[in-house]
Design a protein around this ligand. Structure first.
Ligand code: GCO
Ligand code: MG
Length: 420
């Protein structure tokens, strides 16, 4: 069989939101798919893949996955960054998928086999008020969830009459009985880059401990609770939040501060026993390593599509294992089912798996991606197939053309830029 790469192509599709897919085909006609979606900057990644990566890979042995990764990372000289790492991730996932299809084995088997039978997952629950949040959490627990990531809206204290509130990003998609989308996930796509929402951290911090305590009381002691601060605190505000949330026994507090401000995590760590997680914005190992070495976090939140694919994510998980840190890979709606599937294979394999973020996918996605997962009692399993186990319908993908969309920006009440 001629395993040399004949072509590397990109497919941009928008069934509900934009996804950039990479398709690698060998001379023998075997095909692998990967995800290279960078929310709001899809065309930048597509240009890298079409103009630079595709010509470079033509004729390479598709089985030399590690070597191709090293070449793409190091031969460009300009290493890292979200655009280049996302492009590499798409190729890397496609090569693992292709190897699985060639050998007839699922990717987790190629990685060294299972360390567990099923994957503990968490979904988002959001409420505009504490009551709405608790009602939603009860629904999720009734449906079998054992871990919840919660978010809420904070009343704007400066304009109580206006009904305006500060809302956190979330991906709590409600479906009706006919499996149609009732509400869109909050704040993840905007039509223009100038669409701005307001945010002030202090009023939110006033509400956070009470809402969390009420939620903990409502769901009882055995449901895992996760909260994502989404980089919106200064270091000392994060210390306050982590300390005040201590009695609520969170599974973890995510991105308490701007994740690239690594030194300041030490302050939060020293002040409280609330477990910490970060990493969704990291692209390379050097960003993560100091946090592991200094035991500043409990969960790595790396995202397979932005960290360069299966090859480096596996290495990061092994290093985390050596440091007693678990995985909680980033699983938002802005990476495609191919990326989610690739992470599921790693989740099954790595010994130090913790929990996996996932979401209720918009049903329109099933027109483009065919994959079979089952979630029972909050644990996910999937049908065994060679490779990643996700079939892509290219004709359906082409029928949903790209629509330019952006991550909405935030500014404070004074008009200054704020972290999203
Ligand atoms: C999460 C993330 C997402 C991001 C999104 C940005 O923890 O799931 O923070 O909600 O905001 O991936 O595109
Ligand atoms: Mg997050």
């Amino acid at each position: 069989m001629d395993n040399r790469i004949a072509s590397v192509e990109t497919l941009l599709t928008c069934p509900d939101r934009n996804y950039l897919l990479v398709k690698v085909t060998t001379e023998a006609g075997v095909v692998g798919y990967g995800d290279a979606t960078l929310n709001g900057r899809e065309l930048a990644v597509k240009t890298v893949l079409d103009e630079y990566t595709a010509p470079l890979l033509r004729g390479c042995d598709s089985g030399r996955i590690e070597d191709i990764w090293q070449m793409l990372f190091r031969h460009t000289y300009w290493r890292g960054g979200p655009v280049l790492q996302t492009a590499m991730a798409g190729v890397d996932m496609a090569l693992w998928d292709l190897l699985g299809k060639r050998t007839g084995l699922p990717v987790y088997q190629l990685l060294g086999g299972k360390s567990r039978d099923r994957i503990k997952t968490y979904y988002h629950v959001h409420g505009d008020t504490s009551e709405a949040l608790i009602a939603r959490a009860h629904e999720a627990v009734k449906a079998g969830a054992q871990v919840l990531r919660y978010s809420f809206s904070t009343k704007n204290p400066f304009h109580p009459e206006s009904g305006r509130s500060y809302t956190q990003p979330h991906q709590d998609i409600e479906l009706n009985e006919r499996f149609e989308v009732k509400g869109q996930a909050g704040g993840t796509m905007a039509d223009t880059e100038t669409q701005i929402a307001r945010w002030e951290t202090e009023p939110y911090l006033e509400e956070l401990p009470d809402i969390t305590a009420a939620l903990r009381h409502a769901v009882g002691p055995h449901i895992g609770l996760i909260h994502d601060i989404h980089s919106r605190c200064t270091p000392i505000q994060a210390v306050r939040a982590a300390k005040e949330l201590e009695p609520c026994h969170l599974l973890f507090l995510e991105d308490p501060i701007e994740p690239l401000n690594r030194e300041a995590l030490e302050l939060v760590r020293a002040a409280s026993a609330t477990p910490l997680a970060t990493g969704e914005l990291f692209n390379t190992m050097d960003q993560l390593l100091p946090l592991l070495q200094r035991r500043l976090i409990d969960y790595i939140r790396l995202d397979i599509s932005h960290f360069g694919g299966i090859t480096p994510l596996r290495k990061a998980a092994y290093v985390a294992e050596a440091c007693g840190v678990k995985t909680a890979f980033h699983g938002p709606g802005d990476i495609s089912p191919l990326a989610h599937a690739a992470q599921f294979h790693l989740d099954l394999h790595v010994p130090n798996f913790g929990v996996q973020e996932t979401l209720r996918f918009d049903p329109r996605l099933s027109e483009v991606f065919e994959w079979h997962t089952v979630t029972e009692d909050g644990y996910l399993s999937f049908e065994e197939q060679p490779g990643l186990g996700v079939a892509v319908d290219e004709a359906a993908a082409a029928a949903f053309p790209y629509r330019k969309a952006f991550i909405p920006g935030h500014r404070d009440e004074g008009g200054a830029v704020h972290d999203w």
